[in-house]
Design a protein around this ligand. Sequence first.
Ligand code: SF4
Length: 273
Amino acid sequence: MANASPIEWTDATWNPVTGCSKISPGCKFCYAERLAHRLQAMGQKNYQNGFELTLQPHMLEHPLRWKQPRCVFVNSMSDLFHAEVPPDYIAKVFDVMRRAHWHQYQILTKRSERLLDLDFNLRWQPQIWMGVSIESEDYLFRADHLRKTGAHVKFLSIEPLLGPLRKLNLRGIHWVIVGGESGPGARPLETAWVSELRDRCIHERVPFFFKQWGGMFKSRTGRILDGRTWDEMPVTVHLQHANTSSQRGVDGRLKSGQGRGSTVQLKPVAPLE
Ligand code: SF4
């Protein structure tokens, strides 16, 4: 079941796969791993295998049941492009996103090589936004892989940011999310690393979303950068979703950071009756 999401840039989550395995330093304090073990201890059926990768075919059709358009984070508790997720299962996830087209979907992966390998077989639609996670300069290649896919809207989740990303290439990128690590043991985030990325995004007209400073108590450190929040998103015209509708004008354009973000005009899609 997709739940209302506490994640700042989405409304709901949908997990047709649960569980994962660590692949790079950004995974060190994986939030999904911690939550999966908690849900397992609580006896939640979908998490009886804890954080072991598990297909959840009974979850596949859930977006078709939600009549109200939502912004859906796909596989917040896994990585859809994990090697153990069969290509035909990934194709089924894409097929549901095609049929439940009144929602907007955000998929995020660290397995960018596999994303690119399977790209030829993916039925991209404007409502499917594809992102890769990048934590340091060692993983900039993930953006190169993403650029080569057929995704209509391509975004970067730079979280947790673990060092400066001066060589980041923003060509073909429609949205950048930046954040620090949170929770026990969180690695430090330097203001200069965030400011540099924000300035690059402004210069290259890429919408910039600053999620959090993080640290042990993220509610105390907040998400203010240079006196304001940064909540820019690509412009979409087919969905007014709960978390961001207040940030948009009647034409669907962002109120925050007006005129700064590049725009991705998506065709309006009518919701089902
Ligand atoms: S890829 Fe994502 S879900 Fe998988 S272990 Fe790393 S942080 Fe967790």
